[in-house]
Design a protein around this ligand. Structure first.
Ligand code: DQQ
Length: 550
């Protein structure tokens, strides 16, 4: 089968061909990073799912090994779906995953390495005493999957883990306990549930430090100064949300803080094309690192023609924001080792309608980091409260060309020189009437990204070119706001205000490709905005990216 190189990424994780989805069981073992992922070895659409397995020493270069887990036993004969790894003292890493049985029931299994002395953990065994957990009478056997990494409670000597589910339309994360990591018993209460959110896929549950602004915490951390994060992936709309809260290890209860909605309009790791994410704790560098999958935005037909579909986004560190009310995300620093040629811009004032090209690099494959200064907020538009939970509607109403008081301003990525095609990533600053504080909107807009003709009559046959949006919780006291975008041919991953709001778009320009893509900074607001500093780097291709994956 042929593979079209046109929109393939250079420095994002991809196998050479075929379909990929969820990252599974990320971990560090004996100095080697492991990433497993849902993979179709036979084509560029979802199906025939196995756990592909890649290893890396630097999170940049990846070597493909043989698939680690694939259907072979009665307890996973119809599928080996998502799961996680836990380091169990005395046993090494243990994988928990969802198996699909002959009659399509979802059950939880475990797998263990054949040889613990092998840092690559090449061969995995699925013992015959599987499964470890089956749906009981109250549970829905067709919505019961994606076990989390387990955490250990020293006080009572039990491991605990979560399984995503639903009852009618209520999203649920069931909790299971075990002493020996084999016999698991369901807890009386799920760790959490929420009405009308539908199936909770790929739950993730972990602590973050309130006081330590540099380091992550292990899953089993049970000391002072921590909050917990519960993230779920919503099957119905294909986006995720998380709550921050308190986990009382004695009562075994998680209570969300209540600052932000525990619902569809909750906080997100990424407000764009991002799903089925999963974290792990890197105990070498004390980081909590997040992996997430970005699906294609073009059609299934196009994927088949391309011969590939899906990428993993650049791993991100997760920390609690200094406000304590949200998380912040930042691309792992290893990615900076791929930075090549650098160009800069400083103190460039942009009047309304002006844009400046970032020249001297190849903008289809760059890392760009810019700090804007918005000066005065006097001209900022009044914020209409009815949009308080509707950033997307606001972005749809006010695109990058709709003049405002302060903004829109930002980056124009993957553009033709005359903006026939372009993907703008930008801010717009409002003023909250009651508090007089700024309300900042961030948008990544794929609508003008591609001239490709859509011929399909059915939505599935049409390219998906959505605008994505989120608010950015900044005070703008010094007038500054930053934006970093990782641009890689068909993906634009953008970090607003040092990672407070992150948005990923997948786009398929027809002309703004390769050497023909351009990058600009722009301002379409009546208040002049200054580019205080801008750095753009060409990004090199890693030497190894899964060559020869089966
Ligand atoms: N993908 C897996 C499931 C999971 C879903 C199947 C999320 O385990 O719920 O490929 O994308």
């Amino acid at each position: 089968e042929s593979v079209s190189p046109l929109h393939r990424t250079a420095y994002h994780f991809q196998p050479p061909r075929h379909w990929i989805n969820d990252p599974n069981a990320p971990m560090l073992y004996k100095g080697v990073y492991h990433l497993f992922y849902q993979y179709n070895p036979k084509g560029a659409v979802w199906g025939n799912i196995v756990w592909a397995h890649s290893v890396s020493k630097d999170l940049i270069n990846w070597e493909a090994l043989e698939p680690a887990i694939y259907p072979s036993k009665w307890f996973d004969i119809n599928g080996t779906w998502s799961g996680s790894a836990t380091h169990v003292p005395g046993k090494g890493p243990v994988i928990l995953y969802t198996g699909i049985t002959e009659n399509q029931t979802q059950i939880q299994n475990y797998a263990i390495p054949q040889d613990l002395s092998d840092p690559y953990l090449k061969t995995w065994i699925k013992p015959d005493d599987n499964p470890i957990v089956k749906p009981d009478n109250g549970e829905n056997g067709s919505a019961f999957r994606d076990p989390t990494t387990a955490w250990f409670n020293k006080k009572d000597g039990y491991w605990r883990m979560l399984v995503g589910s639903k009852r009618k339309n209520r999203g649920i994360a069931y909790m299971y306990k075990s002493r020996d990591f084999k016999k698991w018993v369901k807890s009386k209460r799920p760790i959490h549930s929420r009405k009308k959110t539908g199936m909770w896929e790929c739950p993730d549950f972990f602590p973050v430090s309130v006081t330590d602004k540099k380091n992550g915490l292990d899953f089993s951390y049970d000391g002072p100064n921590a909050k917990h994060v519960l993230k779920v992936s919503l099957d119905l709309t294909r986006y995720e949300y998380y709550t921050l809260g308190t986990y009382d290890t004695k009562k075994d209860r998680y209570r969300p803080d209540g600052y932000t909605p525990d619902d569809w309009d909750g906080l997100r790791f990424d407000y764009g094309n991002y799903y089925a994410s999963k974290t792990f704790f890197d105990d070498k560098t004390n980081r909590r690192i997040l992996w997430g999958w970005a699906n294609e935005s073009d059609t299934v037909q196009d994927d088949t023609v391309k011969g590939w579909a899906g990428i993993q986004l650049i791993p991100r560190t997760i920390l609690l924001d200094s406000s304590g009310k949200q998380l912040v995300f930042w691309p792992i620093e290893e990615i900076e080792s791929l930075r090549g040629k650098n160009v800069q811009m400083t103190n460039q004032k942009m009047e309304m309608g002006q844009r400046f090209e970032v020249q001297g690099i190849t903008p289809a494959q760059v890392d760009v980091d810019v700090t804007f200064n918005v000066g005065s907020l006097e001209k900022a538009e009044k914020f209409d409260e009815s949009f308080a939970t509707k950033p997307l509607e606001l972005c749809n109403l006010k695109g990058s060309n709709v003049n405002g008081g302060v903004g829109p301003f930002g980056l124009i990525t993957l553009a033709t020189s005359d903006l026939e095609e372009y993907t703008p990533v930008f801010f717009r600053v409002f003023k909250d009437a009651a508090s007089n504080k700024p309300k900042v909107l961030m948008c990544s807009d794929a609508k003008p990204s591609s001239l490709k003709k859509d011929t399909g009559t059915d939505a599935k046959e049409r390219m998906y070119k959505p605008s994505f949006a989120g608010f950015v919780d900044v005070g703008l006291l010094d007038g500054k706001i930053s934006l970093r975008s990782l641009i890689d041919h068909s993906v634009v991953e953008s970090f607003g205000a040092k990672g407070k709001t992150v948005i990923t778009s997948r786009v398929y320009p027809t002309k703004a490709v390769g050497e023909k893509a351009h990058l600009f900074v722009f301002n379409n607001g009546s208040q002049p905005v200054t580019v205080e500093s801008l750095n753009a780097w060409n990004m090199q291709k890693p030497l190894k990216m899964n060559q020869g994956a089966k």
